[in-house]
Design a binder for this molecule. Structure first.
Ligand SMILES: [Zn+2]
Length: 243
């Protein structure tokens, strides 16, 4: 299995609040010399899909997105591997459903799930002690999007938070691009030892964010973490894999 160092697994398209269609992101990823790209539009949340409800989103937008994901799977893009995931807001109040009420049969057809705001209780995110519950329904790899250890620490000791992530088998995203803050400048990178890591730029409006990963690669190299970079294919066996 190829190790995709030049990866970016966090990008939004016109299916949610991104500016570009999937084809434009793929084109940019190839131009930037990435070997792996992930599309990760927002799953239903009132933050993005104002009005409407989870049930109607599941019957309209989600089937279209799954159709595009299936099409992309059958296409080749030279040296670029493309996965299709979704970014799920872990604030269940904003989503309007409990974990058990999400459309798992459809979500499990994707390649991975980005979960945002886990452990960030001030943003209504899922508390850490509930993170392992996701394994009851989710069969695809879970990556914690733009994790913020400063916020985690407000709710519980930092070592405990990292222990729960390890036990759960989730990967942590390291933010490239310009949208998300870089939390590791004032943190001991030793906290990341042994954890599966991914790179995600959270592309929305700025096409150059797609290939903006070199700072993350330098950080991985400087802290001897490069070997921990993972991807949805590598993570899938632990989660069961998509249907
Ligand atoms: Zn995002």
């Amino acid at each position: 299995m190829r190790r995709h160092l030049r990866q970016n697994l966090h990008n939004h398209t016109v299916f949610s609040d991104g500016r570009f269609p999937p084809a434009r992101l793929i084109e940019e990823a190839m131009a930037a010399g990435l070997t792996a790209l992930g599309l990760s539009d927002h799953a239903f949340t009132r933050k993005v899909f104002r009005g409407g409800d989870l049930a109607s989103w599941s019957e309209t937008v989600l089937p279209q997105y799954l159709r595009v994901a299936r099409e992309i799977r059958t296409m080749g893009f030279d040296d670029l591997r493309v996965w299709c995931g979704l970014e799920l807001d872990s604030c269940l109040e904003r989503v309007g459903a409990e974990l058990s009420g999400l459309p798992w049969e459809q979500l499990n057809q994707l390649d991975y799930l980005l979960l945002e705001y886990v452990g960030e209780t001030d943003k209504g995110g899922l508390p850490f002690d509930r993170l392992p519950e996701i394994r009851a329904w989710c069969r695809i790899p879970v990556i914690l999007a733009h994790p913020d250890p400063d916020r985690w620490e407000e709710a519980l000791p930092i070592d405990r938070a990292f222990a729960i992530v390890r036990e759960c088998g989730a990967a942590l995203e390291l933010p490239g691009g310009t949208r998300n803050a870089w939390p590791w400048a004032r943190r001991d990178a030793g906290l990341l030892t042994g954890l599966p890591l991914t790179i995600g730029c959270d592309t929305h409006e700025r096409i150059a964010d797609v290939g903006d990963i070199d700072g993350v690669l330098r950080f991985l190299e400087a802290n001897s973490l490069t070997g921990q970079l993972t991807d949805p294919d590598r993570m899938a066996p632990r989660w069961g894999g998509n249907q």
